[in-house]
Design a protein around this ligand. Structure first.
Ligand SMILES: Cc1ncc(COP(=O)(O)O)c(C=O)c1O
Length: 400
């Protein structure tokens, strides 16, 4: 009999982490791999943040902190929610965790009874369905069509809600589609939610600051204040400040949920790393100009990648409105034959073919619940992106 518990058989490892790891392994084995799988900015953590960390270490901020975060970081988070989102949270309504991922994990673990439903619009970030399954919930995946800009429509939401629905997970700018919501679009979703008081909203705003073409950012509790009492607003420093390795995420929610999440965290990881908390405090309180400067760099890369992909026969790509991924449709290459005679039956087959024939690593749309697509991360230098697109073109041209 296996030592592994059945609950672990319900989930799979994160496909995007696996793809990045595979690319690293092949590179280490000497292959000339271009990996466009990364979910993290290729920039450095800002210098003011690193300086603050040195100060925190020399001031011995190296001990356990309050489980839910230091008072100083919580104050910085409260100010951030006020400044950027017009949201007023009290200290007992914010919690700090080891990445946004832990916030999401804690919330679902604390709230789902077996069989409770979580509405997950697809394409989705890979972890939402698996964390739901681990918490014994049931992910209800609803497809968001390319014709709708990969956004959840209010009618689709309405149809997906049942008496068992506990959460709707919203994520915009979206990983992987780059979709963002206007105030009006969120308003329409809010109107549906107001009619279903049993449904809470988890809004994952982690890509808030990575937006293009001057698009504004809105979050649901700001658009409909009446929903704030059943909203968990998730955010973090990973993407905006290039701080993925520091592992700090945070959430704002009603005090009862926050207290319960802290209880769970007290029996698992305890506080997030004290030094990382000092780093996040500086990131949120310090100068913010770098964020917009970096978003412009991402925008130039987006423009280049989208243009290059749209020149390739068989691929089609919309311009993402935010985040740093191009989500290209490969519907027209499905059914085509590779030079060694294999038929490409899915986006997963296509991704394997790209890796084998061109040493190009991308992630298949299947991982994000909407096929047939490939996700191309442009968190990479322009040079890498040019070379990646060149290889993609060569691979597509070789198909019959
Ligand atoms: C949509 C989305 N949410 C959350 C996370 C997790 O971020 P963190 O590093 O804060 O755990 C990611 C990371 O890739 C993400 O893409």
């Amino acid at each position: 009999m296996s030592i592994i518990a059945a609950r672990l058989n319900r989930i799979k490892p994160s496909p995007s982490s696996m793809a990045s790891q595979r690319a690293r392994e092949l590179r280490a084995a000497g292959r000339d791999i271009i990996g466009l799988t990364s979910g993290e900015p290729d920039f450095d953590t800002p210098p003011n943040v690193c300086d603050a960390v040195v100060r925190a270490m020399t001031a011995s901020k190296t001990k356990y902190t309050d489980v839910g975060g230091t008072p100083e970081l919580k104050a910085a988070i409260i100010e951030k929610f006020r400044r950027d989102n017009g949201l007023a949270y009290a200290a007992d309504e914010v919690i700090v965790g080891t990445g946004g991922k832990q916030i999401i994990f804690n919330a679902l673990m604390c709230t789902l009874e077996p069989g409770d439903e979580v509405i997950v619009p697809a394409p989705y970030w890979v972890s939402y369905p698996d964390i739901t399954l681990l918490a014994e919930g049931r992910p209800v995946v609803v497809a968001c069509r390319p014709e709708d800009g990969f956004k959840l429509r209010s009618e689709t939401l309405h149809q997906a809600i049942t008496p068992r629905t506990r959460w709707l997970i919203l994520n915009a700018p979206n990983n992987p589609s780059g979709a963002t919501y206007t105030r009006d679009e969120l308003r329409q979703l809010a109107d549906v939610l107001l009619r279903h008081p049993q449904v809470w909203v988890m809004t994952d705003d982690i890509y808030e600051h990575i937006r293009y073409d001057g698009r504004r950012f809105f979050t649901i509790a700001q658009v409909e204040p009446a929903l704030k009492e059943r909203t968990l607003t998730v955010n973090g420093v990973s993407k905006a400040y290039a701080m993925t390795g520091w592992r700090i995420g945070y959430g704002g929610a009603p005090a009862e949920l926050v207290k319960t999440m802290a209880k769970l965290q007290s029996q698992s990881t305890s506080n997030a790393c004290s030094i990382s908390q000092a780093a996040a405090q500086e990131a949120l309180n310090g100068p913010q100009e770098l964020i917009a400067e970096r978003a412009l760099i991402f925008q130039a890369r987006r423009d280049r990648v989208v243009a290059a992909v749209n020149e390739i026969r068989g691929l089609r790509c919309h311009a993402p409105e935010g985040a740093f991924y191009a989500y290209a449709s490969c519907a027209d290459i499905i059914g085509k034959k590779t030079p060694d005679g294999r038929i490409l039956g899915s986006d997963t087959d296509f991704v394997i073919y790209l890796l084998e024939s061109q040493n190009l690593a991308l992630v298949q749309g299947e991982a994000y619940g909407l096929s047939p697509f490939v996700r191309i991360s442009f968190a990479a230098s322009m040079e890498m992106l040019e070379e990646g697109c060149r290889r993609l073109r060569l691979a597509c041209e070789a198909l019959r």
